[in-house]
Design a protein. Structure first.
Length: 139
């Protein structure tokens, strides 16, 4: 049970992020989370949305470099230590986390989105440990 994330390579120029969001809006794509890792020349925009394949198709049609990446999305208690407990589990599983970001969906829980070395193994182990995984259907 993994989640598809949209990854976009975007030039760090005035108006590019606005254009990206306009393309998604015109394609009736709803974003739930967005994060940007940037340098002076470009950025990697990572998006969790309701229709990742349609988002990639629309972005590519607008001449933007976009792809779908499998990530693990897991709920944790929205309290101090919630993320620390989850990350301890990754250490126990000897799984590397390439990157991650979080978003809160309600007062009681947050969703951590993690790109890991073995998403399938991580998903299975987290589910067996009682964590609730988030899929596109949950959003």
């Amino acid at each position: 049970m993994m989640l598809d994330q949209v990854t976009v390579f975007l030039e760090n120029d005035k108006g590019r992020l606005s254009a990206l969001t306009r393309v998604l809006s015109d394609a009736d794509i709803n974003m739930y989370a967005l994060t940007i890792a940037e340098t002076s020349d470009y950025g990697l925009v990572r998006i969790v949305c309701n229709k990742p394949e349609a988002a990639v198709k629309a972005l590519r049609a607008a001449d933007m470099r976009a792809s779908v990446t499998e990530v693990v999305a897991v709920t944790v208690p929205n309290r101090p230590g919630g993320l620390a407990e989850l990350l301890q589990k990754f250490e126990e599983l000897d799984l590397n986390i390439d990157y991650g970001y979080c978003f809160s969906v309600a007062g009681e829980e947050a969703v951590d989105v993690l790109k890991v070395s073995d998403a399938k193994r991580a998903s299975e182990a987290l589910a067996a440990a009682g964590y609730r995984l988030v899929t596109s259907e949950d959003l």
